[in-house]
Design a protein around this ligand. Structure first.
Ligand code: HXC
Length: 263
């Protein structure tokens, strides 16, 4: 983990809900926010991931608890946000990191497969954003919402049509709500990581040939460490970014810019 760059009380007294917070990029963001004083509420489907993540944050002196949640179910999402407010008295930050993805030829993608990915990425992000946004509006304290997207939202991404379409929807949602909710004091942004070395993504390059092929497309020549995505996410959620709204912050070592170039 990279050393925090912000003062360690930047988020003191604030509550952050992080979906997909038990693993990968979501967990890296949760650790960073907790390290800077936030109470973090971790939500994901698998209780075993959550317990381990909560224990690690608490062992490091942070405040964390878990609410197992499937973001595809609006009732579970409402319960998540209600629990966060009941237990901590407030809700300041939402990070939409829950996602699902797999590689498949589009003509072979079943309706259920489409719904599994679009349901968690696009619908889940809206359900969480709506439920958290209502709490933030009601509190009159404003808030910050951050989603994790991918550059194939604008370049397209063969064999991931479900994820591409869903992430493109999240980019559009981010820009729309940034304008619509600014008068409530709610900032809405996104981070756009390139390939990042997480447990969830690692199967994509389990074959060394795939790893080499993917790395060759990244100008800096390596995958991101989750902490590098957390650095940018934390900045966007902090007061240092109070004038940043509707932004999609790409952190990919130059990968997507290189797509149109040959070398
Ligand atoms: C084809 C598949 C499939 C696969 C699932 N399905 N996996 N089809 N190829 N590999 C189909 C199933 O056959 C089923 O359709 C439907 O999807 C639902 O599958 P379930 O397993 O019942 O769904 P569920 O348990 O809800 O799983 C959701 C999931 C799963 C999205 C399918 O993969 C998941 O939960 N993943 C979370 C972790 C993850 O995806 N991490 C990757 C994130 S990293 P039928 O028709 O058979 O009923 C990442 C970075 C990308 O995204 C970076 C790119 C460089």
């Amino acid at each position: 983990m990279h050393k925090p760059m912000l003062p360690n009380d930047t988020f003191r007294g604030q509550t952050a809900v992080i979906t997909g917070g038990g693993t990968g990029i979501g967990f890296a963001i949760a650790k960073y926010l907790a390290n800077l004083g936030a109470r973090v509420v971790l939500a994901s489907r698998k209780a075993e991931h959550l317990d381990k993540a909560v224990a690690e944050i608490q062992d490091a002196g942070g405040e964390a608890f878990a609410v197992p949640t499937d973001v595809r179910d609006p009732e579970q999402v409402d319960r998540l946000m209600n629990t966060a407010v009941e237990k901590t008295g407030r809700l300041d930050i939402l990070v939409n990191s829950a996602a699902g993805n797999f590689i498949v030829d589009s003509e072979k993608l079943s309706v259920n497969g489409w719904n599994a990915v679009v349901g968690s990425v696009l619908n889940g992000t809206f359900y969480c954003t709506r439920a958290a946004g209502l709490k933030m509006i009601e509190s009159k304290n404003g808030g910050r919402i951050l989603s994790i997207v991918a550059s194939y939202a604008w370049t397209g991404g063969p064999r991931t049509v479900h994820s591409v379409a869903a992430k493109a929807g999240v980019v559009a949602m981010t820009r729309t709500l940034a304008v619509e909710w600014a008068h409530y004091g709610i900032r809405v942004n996104a981070v756009c990581p390139g390939p990042t070395d997480t447990e969830g993504a690692r199967p994509l390059w389990a074959d060394p040939a795939d790893e080499e092929r993917l790395k060759a497309k990244i100008p800096v020549g390596r995958f991101a460490d989750p902490s590098e995505i957390a650095n940018a996410a934390t900045y966007l959620l902090s007061p240092y970014a109070d004038f940043v709204n509707g932004e999609v912050f790409v952190i990919d070592g130059g990968e997507w810019l290189g797509k149109g170039l040959t070398s």
